[in-house]
Design a protein around this ligand. Sequence first.
Ligand SMILES: *Cc1c(COP(=O)(O)O)cnc(C)c1O
Ligand code: SF4
Length: 353
Amino acid sequence: MIPVSSSTLDSNKAISSVPVDTDWQTQMAKSFRTPKDLLHYLNIDEKKLPYKVDHDNAFRLRVSQHFADLINPSDAFDPILLQVLPRIEEMQVADQYGANPLHENDFSPVPGLIHKYANRVLLITHQACAVHCRYCFRRHFPYQNQRVTDDTLKQSINYIASNPAIEEVILSGGDPLSLNDEQLGSLLERLDRISQIRTIRLHSRTPTIIPARITESLLAKLRTLSKKIVLVLHINHTNEISDSLRQQLRRLRACNVHLLNQAVLLHQINDSADTQVRLCQTLFDLDVLPYYLHCLDPVQGAHHFEVDEARAQSIWQEMQSKLSGYLLPRLVREIPYKTSKTWINNANDTERY
Ligand SMILES: *Cc1c(COP(=O)(O)O)cnc(C)c1O
Ligand code: SF4
């Protein structure tokens, strides 16, 4: 267990070396792409693992060296290892678990744009992620149909500009930080010029996977924008928070970027109130507010990560008894065709849907 107080000490450390701007692309390109390479790097003997590794999964392993370095190789159930290593459980076929559980295609007026909630749109900016999370609901996403081109981007921006109800644009993916600074910078600039937009939000797991992605040129661009900028991180466990991530979050805060976090509740990884409480407290030490705690979407291949709803609620209630109200993420589930996320914090609320 990592005592929460250790992070307080770290936060007093001086900001030292600033990563080189192109470094993240090299790190991205050098990511581990097979279980064999990752296990070899970690010096883990596959035969000693208490589960079977899937070497032929179509959703390939992908993890940066930075993230791999946070794995404790002597723990087969290390919370980071379990998130990235394909296991044969992914082959199980589970009832109710589909390929496209959220029916997002039905809400896409322009390829790459999802307008499901009235005042905000989700813009798919880049298909790739710096990591392949085994529980990801986008693993079967028909990205080919959603490929972002200059043309579809122009259409999306026109759609947003001509739709006065849209006040917030959410850059998602994949991962918007897979774009390079030039592409992302130009997109941010174009969105910043749309008058009715109040907030530009980025959803990204990349800062956690490759902290060097927060480059000086990205920060410089963010400083020039007039809209509120929100960055929603995706961190599931305290072990994912490295010193370099802490440093980068401080630089983002210095640019007035509002930091939030979303996590997914995952069996054997973070499904205890203590683990969640520690995560929320550590995040707040870094000026990050816990936003959502998601129940897993029923995507084929991820059934073994499921925490049933009654347990999720009891974990959340224990968190509530241990955390200040503002540090408590909303426990949510995505229900197809609903016009917002559905809060499932309290068991007695569930009859509402
Ligand atoms: C989750 C989501 C959003 C953002 O919803 P918030 O509750 O504002 O975080 C927007 N559009 C789509 C399609 C979503 O799935
Ligand atoms: S970073 Fe997000 S979108 Fe990408 S694989 Fe992980 S959960 Fe899925």
